[in-house]
Design a protein around this ligand. Structure first.
Ligand SMILES: [Zn+2]
Ligand SMILES: [Zn+2]
Length: 343
């Protein structure tokens, strides 16, 4: 099978083609696994973190990609939840132990044995992949193969982040960064919290225009003061400045949720601007969102179908994986990028 493979950790400013098109053996499903013919796979900022070694794959080479939509082509002997031809999705959570205190209390996203799709095991930048049936999701018919892909990560982690803010209808929400996840959160908020005003902090003029189109009441740069104080903020940027600046806009008792697996170090010194009375005092909270649990994915898919949320998509073919990644790196983003692998 064809696959775009990461062979070594590289710096993307020096090597703009980190993935190599290779012929790999087609995987075989074990008794509880499905063999999927991959239809589409979303391209996520997390792939940059893997490629540049901020969250490195434990073994190389590896096939990246964790927002996978595929058709069941073969099923292991003991599979009972899906049948041949079903269209299923696969998210960042590839498996968790099921036994630890986190797994037993519905927090499998925190499991010490959490395995991530496309980092700890081969992912969806390929023609085929395998997955345990318990970690696959039926894709609602309302979504095309390409629309469904970004819902599985950007959407599900956005949903988790929004839950973690504890936002209530009518409270002000800030979004720092406005890529794949941010735009889906805004769509969700418009539906779930109709009286909430959303303020978007984004650098690129296109991102700001897009946020306005989707209903943000205010857009500005990350160092601007929002016209009203914010009760909650979700940060989806890869850097530190927006975090520090957002804390300044946060109201008393407000909460900032950081939705990023790793932050880049390029502007880490900006943290020295952190001023306790202005940024943290008055019971302001900072919380990170880590991974996703299966419930985030399935609850979000249900909500997205009901609203409905149709993400903005840019499609690429598998061989264009490097170009799609570099465009995320260079922040040429409108909506979500998806590799089209088969029809
Ligand atoms: Zn992702
Ligand atoms: Zn566990």
């Amino acid at each position: 099978m064809k696959a775009m493979v990461l062979g070594k950790i590289v710096c993307l400013s020096e090597n703009k083609n980190p993935l190599e098109l290779k012929d790999m053996p087609k995987p075989a499903p074990s008794e509880h696994e499905l063999l999927l013919k991959v239809l589409t796979c979303g391209v996520c900022h997390t792939e940059l973190d893997e490629i540049e070694g901020r969250t490195p794959p434990p073994r190389l080479p590896i096939i990246l990609g964790h927002q996978v939509v595929g058709r069941v082509e073969q099923a292991g002997r003991k599979v009972s939840k899906f049948k041949l031809g079903d269209r299923v999705g696969l998210a960042w959570i590839y498996s968790a132990c099921g036994k630890c205190k986190f797994c037993r209390s519905g927090r499998e996203n925190l499991c010490p044995d959490f395995r991530a799709t496309g980092r700890d095991v081969n992912g969806g930048y390929a023609e085929y992949m395998t997955v345990h049936e318990d970690f696959a999701y039926a894709i609602p018919d309302i979504f095309s193969d390409a629309e469904a892909a970004p819902l599985l990560c950007a959407g599900a982690i956005g949903y988790r982040s929004l839950k973690l803010t504890g936002l209530q209808d009518g409270q002000n929400l800030g979004l720092t960064g406005f890529g794949a996840s941010g735009h889906l959160v805004l769509m969700m908020v418009r539906h779930k919290f109709p009286s909430t005003k959303v303020y978007v902090f984004a650098r690129a003029p296109e991102e700001r225009a897009f946020a306005r189109e989707l209903g943000a009441v205010w857009v500005g740069d990350s160092n601007e003061m929002s016209p009203e104080k914010l009760d909650c903020v979700i940060d989806t940027t890869p850097v530190w400045k927006p975090v520090v600046e957002a804390l300044k806009n946060l109201d008393r008792g407000g909460r900032l949720v950081i939705n990023a697996i790793r932050k880049e170090d390029i502007d880490k010194d900006y943290l020295l601007n952190l001023d306790y009375p202005a940024h943290l005092w008055m019971e302001k909270e900072v919380k990170s969102a880590a991974n996703v649990a299966r419930s985030d994915v399935s609850e979000f898919l249900r909500l997205a179908a009901e609203i409905p949320i149709k993400p903005e998509i840019e499609e690429y073919v598998l061989e264009e994986g490097n170009r799609a990644l570099m465009e995320i790196k260079e922040r040429k983003i409108r909506g979500a990028k998806v590799l089209r692998i088969a029809h």
